[in-house]
Design a protein around this ligand. Structure first.
Ligand code: DGJ
Length: 742
């Protein structure tokens, strides 16, 4: 890994064993983008003429008199700005006091160093493991505006990834209005790519959608104040021939949890410009002399070998550089969450009974969900009052938590610190802490409103309340929920000029509370949640190493949700529970086996009244937990391979597997939703094994070679072929698991 600079050619080359990223200073001082893809040679000549050609395009506008070979509209650019000869969407938009929005940032100097800096107030990939990251910072200046723009590029030794961010520093006495500052702009040579996005809704999060690029702009984003279930801040670009195992793919992931925009523009020359960053809609930030605006970090990955490799790149990067060190190797506890077991209808004894029952089954953590505080007996009241409800929990949280821990199981607690119900003491004392325009009606969402986290006093107030609960309690896990999005985005703590800052300041306030909580309780494991998976993004993962994947706990629905989520996020980050039947979201009845076979591909836990299980079911659950514990390290640290997509071919089957990094063991799962009459035997080809080794496969009498398993595959016999019954699980909603050991 290295970053080279050729001062005569003014070319930068960021390279590791897998990728090269080449940029250069164009003749007007702007930064040109030359190449991103498979690693070039380290001795590659860096002549600009090798990467870009002056083209006399006759009719276009051009930068210098008489120099028709140089027009920004046909250059590939690193931080395109509007106002000169580039008419495509810009990455930066600023208005000066004069009213002018013409921008012209010119290269000033640069700095190359080992490591990477933490972004002030924002989550970003971490540097703490020695010399495995290098950074190039390029300083650009617009003297008329009086501002510096610092473009930062970090390259990781072990990953085909560049981390980018932009920082604007204003240095002039007249103020500027920043209207857009993208974290990343990437100009691609051609538009022969397909756009792969994760879209959805509540209980249908992160389904995979693929479409070809077309002329003009296509985009995803959020204006909800959270990254949202509608679109995830991730896009992959792939060739139409790219599969899970072969072909080029580029992934762009934004380390941010608020309003975002990801867009691609295909121009008449069939080039494509990708932009990713904070959504400019409603955004405006005023910078006075000395003020700095820092963009979130964007991650850019390139692989030549398929979407599976792209996913494994993000999984590894997130596990090694995003998730906090404290949790990287810590086994994630098997938990029981009381939500779907009791909803709001619980008392201290019920919780103790669940804890004791859970302990008997081998569960390691009891999570007390919504309803333990204030006057919270349903979702109309209590949010904002973080004091224990003594009617429900007469001993208080401190004593309850210690009692539970003494009984041999850890204790975790649910909070929703960004929200407030009108029926709460907090609303009575601070009605103005709510986001909303006092001159207008406030829209509703789950009977609650959003607290204005752009105001430090609001964050302080909630922090003070929370620490009164957590100090001295035996709590080792927090589920941090967030159940509605922002509407009527108006902050009463901000003056008229600064209303455009609200949404970003809100999420900075959320990050700030996370920082303070983590600093005070370094041993608490956080799980983020937003009405299920409505804020499942890298920004959250930086603070909360796991996220509740979806409120939909149905095993069949979870196939799509977990499969889609795995496009970017590692299994160790996906909250996944076995719940009751009929399932509470879709009323489907699936076997206990299938529910567990799906849920083990995540952090794993249970969310049902375990006390009502029959003895037979309890034995099955005990076995499931024992089996999971023996595979936990493999599932959480191994390489994930998607084998059959629920988004293809009618979606009746899904299969995936996890292989240990050293290829020594694996676990494979196959699922079928509806039984097929007169079905045939098929084969499931595996991946990631060692071709030359032999493996013991559960259910097989003789060891099988890696070659056999990968090129011939496991046999999938129908459970019933019209004549014979295989004795395996029957009918609809089937799942099969194989364990494989060298
Ligand atoms: C939404 C979450 O996703 C659920 O798991 C549960 O915690 C409820 N909120 C509680 O109100």
């Amino acid at each position: 890994m290295n970053i080279y600079y050729d001062p005569t050619q003014k070319v930068f080359h960021l390279i590791n064993g897998q990728i090269s990223y080449v940029i250069g200073i164009l003749r007007n001082g702007h930064l040109g983008h030359f190449y991103f893809g498979k690693a070039l040679h380290t001795n590659e000549a860096m002549n600009q003429s090798q990467f870009r050609e002056d083209q006399n395009r006759g009719l276009t506008n051009y930068v210098y008199e008489g120099d028709m070979g140089f027009s920004l509209n046909i250059e590939k650019l690193e931080m395109p700005c509007f106002g000169s000869t580039d008419y495509r969407a810009p990455a930066i938009d600023v208005q000066m006091e004069s009213g002018s929005s013409i921008i012209d940032f010119i290269y000033e100097d640069h700095n190359i160093y080992a490591g990477k800096k933490k972004l002030e107030g924002l989550p970003s990939t971490r540097y703490e493991d020695g010399q495995d990251v290098m950074t190039l910072e390029i300083k650009m200046i617009d003297p008329v505006m009086g501002s510096l723009l610092i473009l930062s590029y970090s390259i990781f030794r072990d990953y085909p990834v560049i981390a980018r961010n932009s920082r604007l520093i204003h240095q002039k006495s007249s103020s500027i209005r920043l209207k857009r500052l993208m974290s990343l702009s990437l100009d691609l040579d051609d538009s022969e790519w397909e756009w792969v996005q994760l879209y959805g809704d509540w209980t249908r999060e992160r389904h995979i959608g693929t479409s070809p690029l077309h002329h003009g702009i296509q985009s995803i984003g959020s204006l909800r104040g959270a990254s949202s279930a509608a679109y995830n801040p991730f896009v992959a670009l792939k060739r139409s021939s790219t599969t899970e195992e072969n072909g080029e793919a580029i992934g762009i992931s934004l380390v941010y949890s608020g309003n975002f925009l990801m867009q691609i523009e295909v121009d008449g020359d069939e080039r494509a410009r990708m932009l990713a960053g904070i959504h400019p809609q409603g955004f405006e930030w005023i910078l006075n002399e000395g003020d700095v605006f820092q963009s979130p970090e964007a991650l850019l990955a390139y692989v030549p070998n398929g979407l599976g490799a792209l996913s494994r790149t993000f999984h590894d990067l997130f596990r090694s550089h995003l998730i906090a060190k404290r949790w990287r190797n810590a086994p994630r506890p098997v938990l029981l969450n009381n939500w779907e077991a009791t909803y709001f209808d619980f008392n201290e004894q019920k919780i103790l009974d669940l804890a004791h029952g859970a302990k008997e089954l081998g569960i390691e953590l009891l999570v007390l969900d919504d309803g333990w505080f204030g006057t919270r007996n349903d979702d109309t009241s209590g949010l904002g009052d973080w004091t224990v409800n003594l009617t429900k929990i007469p001993s208080g949280i401190k004593k309850l938590s210690h009692d539970i821990v003494e009984s041999g199981i850890a204790f975790g607690l649910w909070i929703e610190p960004e929200m407030i119900n009108k029926k709460s003491d907090l609303y009575y004392s601070h009605p103005d802490w709510v986001i909303g325009d006092p001159d207008r009606r406030m829209s509703h969402g789950r009977n609650q409103f959003v607290l204005d986290y752009s105001r430090p006093e609001v964050v302080d107030g909630i922090f003070e309340q929370l620490i009164r609960v957590f100090d001295g309690s035996a709590i080792t896990y927090i589920k941090w929920d967030m159940n509605r999005n922002i509407t009527e985005a108006f902050g009463r703590g901000l003056c008229a000029e600064k209303q455009g800052e609200l949404m970003h300041r809100y999420i900075l306030g959320v990050y700030n509370l996370y920082e303070r909580m983590i600093e005070r309780y370094p041993n608490i494991l956080f799980e983020s949640c937003s009405a299920g998976g409505g804020r499942f993004d890298p920004g959250m993962l930086y603070y909360a190493p796991q996220a509740w994947t979806s409120d939909n706990t149905d095993a069949v629905e979870r196939l799509k949700i977990q499969y889609g989520t795995s496009l970017v996020y590692p299994l160790v980050s996906m909250g996944s529970h076995v719940s009751d039947i009929p399932n509470h979201q879709v009323l489907r009845q699936t076997s206990l086996k299938m529910r567990s076979d799906v849920a083990i591909f995540g952090t794993f836990g249970y969310e049902l009244n375990i006390l009502k299980l029959s003895n037979e079911e309890k034995n099955e659950v005990t076995q499931q937990i024992e089996d999971f514990k023996s595979q936990r390290e493999l599932i959480h640290k191994g390489d994930f391979y998607r084998l059959i997509s629920p988004f293809n071919g009618g979606g009746n089957q899904t299969a995936w597997m996890v292989v240990a990094k050293d290829g020594s063991q694996a676990v494979v799962a196959w699922y079928q939703i509806l039984a097929r009459p007169n079905d045939r035997t098929t084969r499931l080809k595996l991946h990631g094994l060692d071709e030359e080794s032999f493996y013991e496969v559960s259910g097989y009498e003789y060891p099988l070679s890696g070659r056999y398993l990968m090129h011939l595959g496991l046999l999938i016999r129908p459970s019933f072929n019209g004549i014979e019954h295989s004795g395996d699980v029957t009918g609809d909603y089937q799942s099969r698991l194989w364990t494989i050991k060298k």
